[in-house]
Design a protein around this ligand. Structure first.
Ligand code: ATP
Length: 298
């Protein structure tokens, strides 16, 4: 009996970790009904993360053979670097995130983390190395404690509270009549968009991944909440490799590097000031969004 329950218990934990990562990714990329198309190679080793450098080498990708989506993407994100992907709708930003998580395999070129091809390592180890913070965090119908602990099954109460403090949601939780035991989700306490995102940040902090994939908010939150969340995300990114998929440029202007995509190609790359000075695609997008922002504020 013991022989059976032990491996099953272990599998349960692994399954939960994978499921959590998949739920976050599915939420982030609208993939709920998508079957996994990739499998581990027999005997594949676990990914060994050293610093969390991500390298796209001449990556080609198509969902359907007749329609190429990524056309020769070469991009190296150094360990601890913060890179933002920007570009028009449909340019391939989310697709890059999906490939990094190995929802699909590249159709040409290679994608590596710390020199290891993603196709050669287990998906479980890959998913453990990447933290995903979607715009809209999925809450399970359970306590707020459970919802944060999901980031790392087996975490202690003190670790969970530390993560909540770092995500600046601890005081809010502590003030609830049932505290961390408050049921949330559809049948429990309804959390605001900002509170839900903080639960997502706490969950990810608990998971402590070397690489972060962020889906920057479009416009769901009010300005102050958004600024606070931005600060939390920035803090969380310290010492990690961060790839942000950005919709609004104001949230990523201070990135180490901004990569502009258009029709599956990198058309510009650099720091905010340099790209503005260049007066190209990014500068035009910035001018357009600044004008829209001024209008919204008026
Ligand atoms: P947005 O800013 O609107 O989120 P994006 O830059 O993230 O856009 P992607 O989601 O990467 O763009 O999509 C790139 C292209 O791939 C789009 O033309 C889209 O229609 C196509 N695409 C995305 N998912 C699939 C899919 N599952 N099957 C077929 N085509 C897809």
């Amino acid at each position: 009996m013991i022989q059976i329950t032990m491996p099953l218990g272990f599998l349960g934990t692994v399954y939960r970790e994978i499921r959590q990562a998949l739920v976050d990714m599915a939420e982030m990329f609208g993939l709920l009904d998508q079957p996994a198309e990739v499998t581990d190679r027999p005997g594949a080793p676990a990914l060994q993360v050293k610093g969390g450098a991500v390298e796209f080498e001449a990556v080609e990708f198509a969902y359907e053979p007749a329609r190429p989506i990524l056309r020769g993407i070469s991009l190296r994100v150094g360990a601890g670097e913060r890179v933002a992907l920007v570009g028009p709708s449909g340019s391939g930003k989310s697709t890059i995130g999906r490939l990094l998580f190995r929802f699909y395999d590249v159709t040409g070129g290679a994608l590596r983390i710390d020199g290891q091809d993603l196709r050669a390592v287990t998906q479980e180890s890959l998913h453990a190395a990447i933290g995903v913070v979607p715009q809209d965090t999925v809450l399970f119908n359970d306590t707020i404690l459970y919802n944060i602990a999901y980031g790392r099954p087996g975490a202690t109460r003190a670790e969970i509270e530390d993560a909540a403090r770092a995500a600046r949601i601890h005081d809010f939780i502590a003030a609830l009549p049932e505290g961390y035991d408050t049921p949330v989700g559809e049948r429990g306490l309804k959390l605001s968009g900002g509170e839900k995102q903080r639960v997502g940040i706490a969950r990810t902090l608990l998971k402590n991944p070397p690489i972060l994939l962020l889906d920057e908010a479009t416009s769901a939150l009010d300005t102050q909440t958004e600024r606070d969340i931005q600060d939390s995300l920035r803090e969380m990114g310290r010492g990690r490799t961060v790839i942000s998929i950005a919709h609004r440029l104001s949230t990523i202007a201070d990135s180490d590097r901004i990569v502009v995509l258009e029709q599956g190609r990198i058309v510009e790359e650099g720091r905010h000031e340099d790209l503005l000075a260049r007066g190209g695609r990014y500068a035009a997008m910035w001018a357009r969004q600044s004008a829209e922002g001024a209008q919204d504020a008026a």
